[in-house]
Design a protein around this ligand. Sequence first.
Ligand SMILES: [Fe+2]
Length: 267
Amino acid sequence: MYDMHCHIVPKVDDGADSFETSIKMIKIAKRNGFKGIFATPHYVDNTTYNNTKLIKENFLKLKDKIKKEGLDIDIYIGNEVYVVPNLIKLFEKGFIYTLNNSRYMLIEFPMLDNPYFIESLIYDLKVKGIVPIIAHPERYKMITNNPNVLFKLIKQGALVQINLPSLKGSYGPIIKDTAKKLIEHNMIHFVGTDAHSFNIRTPNVEKPFKILKSHLDNKKLKKILYENPKAVINDKEIKIWEPKECVKQSKINKFIRRYLTEKNKRN
Ligand SMILES: [Fe+2]
């Protein structure tokens, strides 16, 4: 399987702090069954997380070290791009790495705000031939409040990556429930570890992976874990299954459902 979101490139963001850490992370990833990792350092305009040249240099050095260590795992360059209204300009200037230099770009939203320009940005990216992949939407307040915001963005042409640790509650119960809801409503296309280190936010995803498997049939699992990532690597089109809109349950519906469940138990 493939990790679509990992801060494995050392010394470029708040991820791996040394090459030694990166190698330790890769060894954990390998034990967890990952065959390939997308290296997605933060790209945040007007901060220190914007050193395009250093990202490439350290990525290539890491690739070399993986080879020398004899680790059978592939890494692919990318960024986790924090959305700003002028994102297209930054991309056109060559500051941003799409995933393996393909048409797919991993983008990150603010955790708490609901930026006014998201829909127009998705539209503009699509016009430029870029397919945005929304990183960990289950963590954003605007999505936990209303998952149908994501439904609309998928309908617009965006794809979705959830963090595996969300499924075991690493970011709290609301995010855990939202992640499960997104799976149940066909609103995920990739998974990632979003690992930053080997000890705290690690690529060890044994428990959440079991949870993921319990929610998906083999066909969907194969598409999320292998087919979609391979399409990204090879810059091929991805066909998605129809997302389902979340229907808010009314209090009366909840009451009827609970009554029927209890009745069934008694019978
Ligand atoms: Fe991240």
